[in-house]
Design a binder for this molecule. Structure first.
Ligand code: NAD
Ligand code: MN
Length: 358
């Protein structure tokens, strides 16, 4: 029997709550399926670890997870520690060296979930956002001088490379090609940013020639927010820079009903390094410790992990279980307007996995 080694990094805040739920669901799936198993290794990296050791993860931390089949991640973000330290010290410290350059974020309105968009339901909003995850605005290049003085100066420099843009465009075109509508929208800001974003556009046109069956268009990021809100049915696959896609995918999650539902995969498509799966939300300080975090984003991320591992049947089974649960408003957490808690939703998903006989 195949045993998958999964590195579990819950991080902080509700990250720990939803990842526990995700691991329970994965265990239930493996038990139900009987053809594969998981071996989970838990890592207590994050804000609490930082308070004890002065860093978010051990210096050789990546070596401990380099040979795992996948990483299940919660959230980096602690109320007592500045966000740039938690983010760079943990999440980006894994994504960037493991070259997880393709960040894939599917968005749909799940059964039973109501979109804040008037009259928009299931079929009209079915997107996959591809986020460039290795460079661009989050390249980490920049500096600060004369701190605290009136002449203080600071820069964050966006770096885009031909290699980096080409590979994310190819990834996005290929993904669009594999979806029924074969439709890709390339998000840009080449009117105002006249160097890297112009190269981004040019490379999009070049790569497009390799995919003659994909229909594609280009959209300025500001106009894109309007199109997502007013004409969601005109979009399918979307590719955007690190910063643009970060922002657009929170909007997408909200339009699909809640940030608590949205999943993401940080993929190293060449599989040289493990890929990482996580809900897109953060530590949610306002609800942490209350046991009411929506675990659906983590379950859906686990679905993406199973697909990546090649366990298509188990992935489909978990997604079906999740959709059966979201269809019942009595099983909605407060972010969806309900009164259920994490425990209740998790039990319902596990119950559905066990009960299903297909
Ligand atoms: P957030 O995603 O933590 O929360 C935004 C809002 O959405 C809050 O009102 C929260 O209660 C709600 N929410 C989020 N997930 C939910 C869930 N599963 N169920 C119910 N409600 C949910 O974003 P924030 O408040 O901007 O950030 C808080 C901390 O998390 C910060 O430290 C930030 O840096 C960090 N963060 C980390 C990641 C990550 O590790 N990938 C992503 C985003 C934010
Ligand atoms: Mn974000």
């Amino acid at each position: 029997m195949k045993t998958y080694k999964i590195a579990v990094i819950p991080g902080d805040g509700i990250g720990t709550e939803v990842v526990d739920a995700g691991v329970e669901a994965l265990k239930a799936l493996a038990a139900r399926d009987g053809t594969f198993a998981f071996h989970f290794d838990h890592f207590d990296w994050g804000g609490e670890y930082y308070k004890k050791h002065g860093r978010m993860m051990p210096e050789n931390g990546r070596d401990a997870i380099r040979h795992h089949d996948a990483i299940l991640f919660g959230s980096a973000g602690h109320p007592d520690i500045p966000d740039h330290i938690t983010l760079w010290g943990l999440r980006l410290a894994i994504c960037q060296p493991f070259d997880q350059y393709a960040n894939v974020r599917p968005t749909r309105i799940l059964p039973g979930v109501v979109s804040p968009l008037r009259g928009v339901s299931g079929p009209e909003l079915d997107w996959v956002i591809v986020r460039e995850n290795s460079e661009g605005e989050y390249a980490g290049v920049g500096g600060r001088v004369h701190q605290g003085l009136p002449e203080e100066a600071a820069t964050d420099v966006s770096i885009m490379t031909r290699a980096g843009v080409t590979r994310i465009m190819r990834f996005a075109f290929r993904l669009a090609q594999g979806r029924p509508r074969k439709l890709l929208t390339v998000v840009t800001k080449s009117n105002a940013q006249r160097h890297a974003m112009v190269m981004w556009d040019e490379i999009a046109s070049e790569v497009a020639r390799e995919f003659p069956d994909v229909t594609w268009d280009k959209m300025l990021v500001d106009a894109m927010t309007m199109r997502m809100t007013l004409k969601p049915q005109t979009l399918d696959t979307i590719v955007a820079s690190n910063l643009h896609a970060d922002i657009l995918s929170d909007l997408a999650a909200a339009l699909a009903g809640s940030l608590g539902i949205a999943p993401t995969a940080n993929l190293n498509p060449e599989r040289v390094f493990p890929s990482m799966f996580e809900p897109i939300h953060g530590s949610a300080f306002d609800i942490m410790g209350k046991g009411v975090a929506n675990p659906v984003g983590t379950f859906w991320s686990a679905v993406m992990m199973l697909e990546h591992l090649g366990e298509k049947a188990a992935a489909a089974r978990l997604m079906k279980a999740v959709e059966r649960v979201t269809a019942d408003p009595a099983l909605h957490t407060p972010d969806l307007g309900g009164t259920a808690n994490t425990r209740k939703v998790t039990d319902a998903v596990i119950g559905s996995i066990a009960a299903e006989n297909a």
